[in-house]
Design a protein. Structure first.
Length: 81
């Protein structure tokens, strides 16, 4: 069986949070994005999700010149075919 990697936006408590937990429970990988405090979704990282603070509503002009986040995917998200 192939392990999938899911990108889920809006993972603060609520629907996104439940979706991430269900994906992790079936053995797939998750990249969980959120807006706001890391403390609100720290437990998702503790259960195996990669987390990324991301404001999807920001104007592209606001983002120009801003540092971009880097995620170390390592071997966790590399799958062999």
């Amino acid at each position: 069986m192939t392990t999938l990697t899911w990108l889920v936006t809006g993972c603060s408590p609520g629907f996104g949070e439940e979706l991430v937990q269900n994906i992790l429970d079936q053995g797939d990988n998750v990249i969980a994005t959120f807006q706001g405090s890391k403390d609100r979704i720290k437990y998702l990282k503790d259960t195996g999700a990669a987390t990324l603070s991301l404001n999807l509503t920001a104007s592209r002009f606001w983002m120009i010149g801003k540092p971009t986040a880097t995620i170390d995917w390592s071997d966790k998200y590399t799958t062999a075919s």
